[in-house]
Structure formats: structure tokens, C-alpha cells
Design a protein around this ligand. Structure first.
Ligand code: NDP
Ligand code: MG
Length: 387
């Protein structure tokens, strides 16, 4: 069992569940990081006694410092602080549960310092999959998936020779709150409806991404990099009950699935205890009570964010980073009642077309700086187009 881990994004949905798991398993937490929720961070510091914490701004750090004068904890700030928290020397694993592209740099910092990463922050792989996986290989660092679908696939692949034996990966998707709706019906959906996910209680950004199905598009890209498979060999299957977390179809057409009560605690715990399995506080599955499981094909026309992601990953290079940046801006605008639900994919499409037409924009993701540069460019375009 690990002795000491770091949790980035500790105040969020995944971060708080990761802390509960650490407590249940008796693992010490040596570094914590969040953006600005210093009141919850203070509670976490008092309970878990980390050696280092990081917050985004100097103001928040000062507030925190004033409130925890009685404690011995190093408080860091900015990107550098987040990076230091990610590479804290005594940590054996970093759980990266930061939301958005802000999670990229700390993943890189952990890898460069040879610390294994339990990755919830899928944006890391969406924007920088190739670079990050190469870097991990070079540094002999393992990236353990926390995203439930990818954890499921990772579990279904144990003991397999992926390159020789696997025919395809099947990513299940709940379909979100708007499953079965037409484009016309989606014109009038509200933020409140979009935030009502049928089976998962998650942070606001990924909940909106699930409503547009951008989340599943991102997960195709994430799976491509994690398991080194082509997007053509990844199928999306709507499964409303969220009991089968994903599947692997082998060459002999045998399908292996991972099932469980929908809870992120399972994949978080598996990433921490791999290759062992230990007792969990997650409710056991009662299949007889469920009675049946259902499956449907996804609607790529209505939920065109899925299509945008497929196009972006086929084009490769920095295209997925452009889509991610435009999506972050669009979701934020929708969240702040500035644009309608269907405008999210329209705005992303417009940014993508502008990028395709732009002669000077960088194309190849040859460094982290390239990614951050195009991220900024795409954000500027998205904000401008939304005015
Ligand atoms: P939340 O919004 O609930 O939490 C986000 C966390 O990241 C918070 O702790 C937040 O701090 C922190 N954060 C945001 N920006 C920064 C920054 N610039 N620097 C440092 N910390 C920052 O998100 P979720 O927990 O839902 O999701 C986290 C990640 O996990 C996402 O990438 C998501 O796609 C992925 N994921 C989530 C699942 C879920 O069930 N929630 C399932 C699968 C994947 P603060 O509170 O101070 O703002
Ligand atoms: Mg998922």
C-alpha cells in the first residue's frame, strides 16, 4: 500500500472522494492543491495534515496563511506552486483531479519527477496525449486512469496482449440528461436541466460536457492515448444505467466488461491499490434488483460534439487542443447564461474552422508551449466570436 500521495483539485468532486478513499485506506496525504476554495482547503489541511498546499492566487494564499497560523504547512501559489505540489518528493502518486487544461502542467511536473499519476484530468490527454504518454514512457512513469470508462477498460485488459488480441474498445455512455432529444427540443433546454445528470454527481464542467456529449468525445481521445488504439477501434455505446463502465471486445468476439455501482470511488481506489483489490465502501451491485440493462447507438447528428472530437483526433496535432479550449470557453459562457445550449457546439465549430483556415497558427504539438499557445489563441477566438 502507498504511504503518501498528493491530491490536486482536492476541493472538487473527484478530489473530495479521493480524500475519503485515502482516509479509508489509511494513506497519508502529503500535498493538496485547489484553485480558490480556501475554506474547504483549510478543513482538509486540519484533517489530513499535508506538508505542502497550493492555491492559485497570492490573495487566497494570504487568507489561508492568516487562518492556519497555528499549523505547519507550506503554502505555495500559481502554476509554479501547483507544479511543486505535483512533484512533492515524498509522494508516491499524484491524483490529478484539477478541471480543464490547467491540469496539463502538473501532470507533466509529476512525470518529470518520476511520480506515478492517477489521472482524472482527461483534458491532459485531450490536449497533450502524445507528448504526455511519450514523456511518461521515457521517465518510466505509470499513468493510471481514474475516468470510470478508462479504468474499466484497464481492468478488462489485465492479462491481455492488447496489440495481438483486442478487436475494439467499447466506451459506454449514459447519454446524459438529453438522451433521445431532437435538435429542435435542445434549442430550449436550460442550464438547470443540463446540470441534472441521470447517474453521476460530478463537477459543473464535466456535467455540461456530458449533456453535450463532448465528454464522450474527449474520452475517445483519452482512450486513444492511454491504450494506444486508433479511434476507429473505439466504439461508443449508450448504456443508460451506467452499470457497465466499459468493455473490451477480443479477436475471438468474446467481450469482457467491468460492472459496478456507479461511483467514482471504485476507479479512484483501483488506481491507488493496483494491482491489488481491497475492500471498498461502494455498495455491491444488485443485478436482480436492476432487472435489465439497455443499450443504444449514439446520435452523432444531434450531439455533434462527438463528431467534432472524432474529426479533431483524426486531424491530429493541435486540433484537439483547439477544441478543448473552445469548449472550456463555450461551457463557461453557457454556465453564465451568455449563450444557449446549442451555441456550445456552434461556437466550437466556428473556432475549429477558423483554425483550419488560419495560415499562421501552429499545427504540430511538439512541445507543451505549443499546446498552451494554441490554447490561448483558441480561447481568444471563442471569446471574440461570442460577443
Ligand atoms: P470540480 O469542478 O468538482 O473540481 C475541480 C477541482 O480543480 C477543484 O478542486 C478546483 O479548485 C480545482 N482547480 C480548478 N482550476 C484549478 C487551477 N487552475 N489550479 C488548481 N486547481 C484548480 O471537477 P471534477 O472533480 O468533477 O473533475 C475534475 C477532473 O476529473 C476533470 O478533468 C473531469 O473531467 C475529471 N473527471 C471527473 C469525474 C467526476 O465524477 N467528477 C469523472 C471522470 C473524470 P476550487 O475548488 O478551488 O475551484
Ligand atoms: Mg467518464
Amino acid at each position: 500500500m502507498k504511504k503518501c500521495i498528493s491530491i490536486l483539485g482536492s476541493t472538487g468532486s473527484i478530489g473530495t472522494q479521493a480524500l475519503e478513499i485515502a482516509e479509508e485506506l489509511g494513506i497519508k496525504v502529503c500535498a493538496l492543491a485547489c484553485k480558490s476554495n480556501v475554506s474547504l482547503l483549510e478543513e482538509q489541511i486540519r484533517r489530513f495534515k499535508p506538508e505542502v498546499v497550493a492555491v492559485e492566487s497570492e490573495n487566497k494564499a494570504k487568507l489561508l496563511r492568516d487562518n492556519i497560523k497555528d499549523l505547519q504547512v507550506k503554502i505555495l501559489t500559481g502554476k509554479e506552486g501547483l507544479c511543486k505540489a505535483a512533484s512533492f518528493g515524498r509522494s508516491e502518486m499524484v491524483i490529478n483531479a484539477v478541471v480543464g487544461v490547467a491540469g496539463l502542467l502538473p501532470t507533466v511536473c509529476a512525470i518529470e519527477n518520476k511520480i506515478d499519476v492517477a489521472l482524472a484530468n482527461k483534458e491532459t490527454l485531450v490536449v497533450g496525449g502524445e507528448l504526455v504518454m511519450d514523456l511518461a514512457k521515457k521517465n518510466n512513469v505509470c499513468i493510471f486512469p481514474v475516468d470510470s470508462e478508462h479504468s474499466a477498460i484497464f481492468q478488462c485488459l489485465q492479462g491481455a496482449n492488447l496489440k495481438k488480441e483486442v478487436r475494439k474498445l467499447i466506451l459506454t455512455a449514459s447519454g446524459g440528461p438529453f438522451f433521445g432529444k431532437t435538435k429542435f427540443e435542445l434549442e430550449s433546454v436550460t442550464k438547470k436541466q443540463a446540470l441534472r445528470h441521470p447517474s453521476w454527481d460530478m463537477g459543473p464542467k464535466i456535467t455540461i460536457d456530458s449533456a453535450t456529449m463532448m465528454n464522450k468525445g474527449f474520452e475517445i481521445i483519452e482512450a486513444k492515448w492511454l491504450f494506444d488504439v486508433s479511434p476507429e477501434d473505439i466504439e461508443v455505446l449508450i448504456h443508460r444505467e451506467s452499470i457497465i463502465h466499459s468493455m473490451v471486445e477480443y479477436k475471438d468476439h468474446s467481450v469482457i466488461a467491468q460492472l459496478g455501482t456507479p461511483s467514482m470511488k471504485l476507479p479512484i481506489q483501483y488506481a491507488l491499490t493496483f494491482p491489488e483489490r481491497v475492500k471498498s465502501s461502494v455498495q455491491p451491485l444488485d443485478l436482480a434488483r436492476l432487472g435489465k440493462l439497455t443499450f443504444f447507438k449514439p446520435d452523432y447528428e444531434t450531439f455533434d460534439c462527438l463528431k467534432i472530437c472524432l474529426e479533431a483526433i483524426r486531424l491530429g496535432g493541435l486540433y484537439p487542443a483547439v477544441v478543448n479550449a473552445a469548449n472550456e470557453v463555450a461551457v463557461d459562457l453557457f454556465f453564465n447564461d451568455k449563450i444557449a445550449f446549442l451555441d456550445i457546439s456552434k461556437l466550437i465549430r466556428k473556432v475549429m474552422n477558423t483554425y483550419i483556415g488560419s495560415k499562421n497558427a501552429p499545427r504540430e504539438a511538439s512541445s507543451i508551449d505549443d499546446i498552451l499557445e494554441v490554447d490561448k489563441l483558441a480561447r481568444d477566438w471563442a471569446s471574440e466570436f461570442a460577443k
